[in-house]
Design a protein around this ligand. Structure first.
Ligand code: FES
Ligand code: FES
Length: 168
């Protein structure tokens, strides 16, 4: 599959609609505008990882059960493995790459809130969405907001500690 990727504002880029079987998607990703051609049925996770090279977003179950693939779409945690890429046309998407300077990343490191790390990008994406609207969440609020992010290594107590102390 081919995909044309170009900054949205670049008028010299090839028209993605010229790609056979592909429709253009325009999105703002981590603050930069993109225009990408992708076939109908492409998932957002595939678009991010395979077409745009943002491999920080992980895919584990691929069926909407584990939260590893979580990204923010207009600020809301979203499972990119079961989200069709064309549904984010015009949206603002944030991946773990866009959160590299967020204090939550330091909090996860400081609290040693991971083992294998495979779930960590999704955990941090969900956690930053939580604290954006609620900077000092309670344990109950954290557990509720993070319930969709599974950690098979069982790092939950330290993940919770990281979110409780993220501004320390
Ligand atoms: S990889 Fe998307 S929910 Fe598991
Ligand atoms: S740190 Fe291994 S799955 Fe969470």
């Amino acid at each position: 599959m081919t995909a044309e990727v170009a900054p949205h504002s670049n008028g010299a880029a090839p028209d993605p609609n010229d790609a056979p079987g592909a429709d253009a998607i325009r999105l703002t990703l981590n603050g930069q505008r993109y225009e990408v051609a992708a076939p109908v049925g492409r998932t957002l996770a595939e678009l991010l990882r395979n077409d745009l090279g943002f491999t920080g977003t992980k895919v584990a179950c691929g069926e909407g059960h584990c939260g590893a693939c979580t990204v923010q779409v207009d600020g809301r945690p979203t499972l990119s493995c079961i989200t069709l890429a064309h549904t984010v046309d015009g949206a603002e998407v944030t991946t773990i790459e866009g959160l590299r300077d967020h204090a939550m990343v330091d909090a996860f490191v400081r609290c040693d809130a991971l083992q294998c790390g495979f779930c960590t990008p999704g955990q941090i994406v969900s956690a930053t969405a939580l604290v954006a609207g609620n900077p000092q969440p309670s344990r109950e609020e954290i557990r509720h907001a993070m319930a969709g992010n599974i950690c098979r290594c069982g790092a939950y107590p330290k993940i919770e500690e990281a979110i409780l102390t993220w501004r320390a």
